[in-house]
Design a protein around this ligand. Structure first.
Ligand code: T1G
Length: 697
């Protein structure tokens, strides 16, 4: 065994050279790894005692891609293309031995080998699209030659990983070897290649699968049309499609050169910077300064959910799908039956779409029990209250739970706004009380705001952060304040949206601007979807706002076929002349002189106050870091990932520009736009939110 460098070594096993990469945590293609592979290949290639070369990795995975931490830094070490050429041009067979996840540049390295073997649990993929990039080392040129154009387009534009079996069936993997015996399997395969005098198979010479698509632009146009909604606003997917089309129609080396340039161009875009930022932000969010990774956690073997409505049912489904039994409580049998029926229906819809079997449905439903008695929750390890958003009702429930549920169990509230400390204060176990704020639909949205109370213990926090991952959520630790992080910032946008339609815009103007910005829908379409009558009361309604007027007219949103918009039988929204007249009359009655409001003003007034509120949240320590706030908005409200989140977007615009605009609006429209001291400080110092102090969440 001879070390090539600190992360690679070369050994000889009989007549097979074994080049091993060992660069934790994921063997990313750092400069040292590239240097080691290039030098190792050249040495093994020149060694007469080596009849073949196995490229293998130690640790958890084969190379998981380029080292994302190196992006944007001056290049050093061997280039990736040079490293790849050393593999493909080796004068003897190279076998890539894959375990874990061969992704991005790692997969592109494996594609340079003449053969590939893998253990059954291995996966391969080209996830560059998730970073706002396209594969930059031949992925879009070689993969179609192996698997065909359609499958390549799908894999590259979705960034999905495929398992070893599917990869073998698609022609990517030559042989699957025994789990846990990758090295032995790869050596045996190498000896077979030598014994059978198999050729040095280069993918660049395999053209059969692309010839069928040559000159057929409709394949690519149809793919574009079929995915237009999914790709809306993103730059990289179009480049990926173009590069695969080049693979089909251009000479190999020209297509390679064009791909590399497209990759380098994308690397410089704000979209890629945003998506790379989000990649790391999603990993940072698990790091809590005062709750170390080794904090003891509480085993959660049974969960109780109070309320079988939309939220309670959705929340329960998360645990059932993770194999955790749930006891769900309602006050009336018909409500309980209805809630359980809805849950079964949701699962059966998923089964109809082929995303689970009927057996999966029965397994999940078999873990669910319903009851009208709170006492049945006594042996639960976690109880989540998901009832009406009223403090007195919640306090009453927590008083009862405190006397029923076993000691050491966690009592959680799903409140969207209310004060978790006040709820905890009615129990004798405030250290076991926490907020678990799910986002509707709770079985779909990935975000879970985990609200730490003043007295919530570190073990309870650690348990809930771990449980979030177990049920497939992104848990973000936030502090107690009205609306926590997401809804507190949302309130800023909703206030401005309501003012804008009074001052001169129409609901469909505001929605169009925010939809074109990249949001899944604007505030008024969102209100119609959720229902305008949330928190509205017929008894107290007095036509004091446009929303009240609409609810009084029974225009309560999509569910009544009309709200801010009119809806046809397929729930397609159309601007409503009725609503337009209501708005004009209301403005006149209020003595508001309406004016033309530009799209820029709509966008700035909806988003800049959100950024400003995010700065206040950081100042108050209600979020640990700005990137946590961005993760909340991307995963809770559909903020376009290619804009990185509101705080990242503020930095893209420039905090000085955001501050100047807030001051301008403050001069015209008052304190709603008063800049936060932190925003003023950072803008004045030419710094970004990443320079803000870390909060406790
Ligand atoms: N570069 C640098 N660090 C990385 C990394 C990478 N590619 N991938 C992961 N890490 C770090 C991560 O930040 C974390 O660090 C630790 O490894 C464990 O990751 C030319 C240019 C491999 C499936 O996009 O999908 O190749 O927080 O917590 O859940 O075409 O990491 O511990 O300090 O995610 O087991 C393409 C991205 C790059 C793969 C493992 N490759 N990584 O998941 O662990 S672009 C990717 C992943 C490219 C070429 C282009 C996952 C994983 P820390 P983790 P995991």
């Amino acid at each position: 065994m001879a070390a090539i460098n600190s992360v690679t070594d070369l050994s000889l096993d009989g007549d097979i050279a074994v080049l091993t990469v060992n660069s934790p945590p994921v063997n990313a293609l750092s400069a040292a790894v590239r240097d080691g592979i290039k030098e190792g290949m050249e040495k093994a290639g020149a060694d007469p005692n080596a009849k073949a070369i196995v490229l293998i990795c130690d640790g958890r995975t084969f190379i998981a891609g380029a080292d994302i931490t190196e992006f944007g830094k001056p290049p050093s070490g061997a280039s990736l293309p040079a490293t790849q050429a050393a593999i493909e041009n080796a004068p003897k067979p190279v076998i890539a031995a894959i375990h874990g996840t061969a992704l991005g540049g790692g997969f592109e390295i494996a594609l340079m080998a003449h053969y590939r073997v893998a253990v059954p649990s291995a996966k391969v993929g080209l996830p560059e699209i998730k970073l706002g990039l396209i594969p930059g080392a031949g992925g879009t040129i070689r993969l179609p030659r192996l698997v065909g154009v359609e499958k390549a387009l799908d894999m590259i534009t979705s960034g999905t990983q495929i398992g070893a079996k599917e990869a073998q069936a698609s022609g990517i993997i030559d042989e699957i070897v025994e789990e846990g015996k990758l090295r032995e399997g790869a050596l045996a395969f190498a000896r077979k290649v030598i014994a059978e005098k198999r050729p040095l198979k280069k993918i660049r010479d395999q053209n059969a699968k692309i010839e069928a698509a040559r000159g057929r632009s409709e394949i690519f146009d149809n793919f574009r049309k079929a995915n237009a909604r999914k790709f809306r606003g993103f730059e990289a997917p179009e480049q990926a499609i173009k590069s695969v089309e080049n693979a089909v129609n251009m000479p190999f080396d020209e297509a390679m050169k064009t791909e590399r340039q497209m990759f380098l161009d994308l690397l410089k875009t704000n979209q890629s910077a945003a998506q790379r930022y989000v990649f790391f932000a999603e990993r940072q969010v698990t790091k809590i300064p005062d709750v170390p990774d080794d904090t003891p956690t509480i085993p959660i073997k049974r969960v109780g959910v109070i309320g079988a409505g939309t939220m309670g049912g959705g929340i329960s489904m998360n645990f059932l799908s993770a194999g955790i039994p749930v006891t769900i409580v309602e006050m009336k049998q018909d409500a309980l039956d209805r809630g359980m029926k809805v849950m079964r229906g949701n699962y059966e819809n998923t089964a109809k779409k082929g995303r689970m079997t009927q057996g999966d449905v029965e397994t999940r439903m078999g873990l669910l029990s319903g009851t009208l008695e709170l006492e049945k929750l006594a042996d639960c390890d976690l109880v989540i209250e998901a009832v009406f958003e009223n403090m007195d009702i919640k306090k009453d429930i927590f008083r009862k739970l405190d006397g029923i549920v076993k000691q050491g169990a966690i009592l959680a509230t799903n409140t969207s706004y209310l004060n978790v400390d006040e709820i905890a204060s009615v129990t004798k176990r405030p250290e076991f009380v926490i907020g678990l704020h799910f986002f509707s639909p709770a079985n779909v949205m990935r975000l879970l705001e985990i609200v730490r109370g003043d007295k919530t213990s570190k073990s309870v926090i650690a348990t809930c952060m771990q449980l979030a991952r177990k049920i497939g959520k992104i848990g973000v630790l936030v502090g107690v304040c009205h609306g926590f992080v997401g809804n507190r910032m949302l309130a800023q946008r909703q206030r401005e949206a309501q003012k804008l339609i009074l001052e001169g815009a129409m609901p469909w103007d505001v929605d169009r601007v925010l939809y074109d910005f990249g949001m899944p829908m604007g505030p008024f379409a969102m209100s119609d979807l959720a229902g305008l009558d949330i928190g509205w009361s017929k008894q107290t309604s007095s036509s004091s706002t446009i929303r009240e007027i609409l609810c009084e007219m029974d225009r309560r949103g999509q569910k009544t076929g009309a709200g801010f918009y009119d809806y046809d039988e397929n729930r397609r929204a159309k601007p409503s002349p009725v609503v337009e007249k209501i708005i004009l009359d209301f403005a006149q009655k209020k003595g508001v002189n309406r004016r033309k409001i530009s799209d820029d003003e709509i966008l700035e007034r909806c988003i800049y106050p959100m950024i400003n509120e995010g700065a206040k949240i950081l100042e108050e320590g209600k979020a640990i870091r700005a990137s946590d706030i961005d993760i909340v908005w991307i995963n809770g409200y559909g903020w376009p990932v290619y804009r990185g989140g509101p705080m990242f977007y503020g930095e893209t615009i420039g905090l000085d520009k955001v501050l100047a605009k807030m001051k301008e609006f403050e001069g015209k429209m008052g304190d709603d736009f008063k800049p936060s001291p932190l925003l003023a400080k950072l803008a004045g110092e030419g710094k970004g939110f990443k320079d803000a102090k870390v909060g406790a969440g």
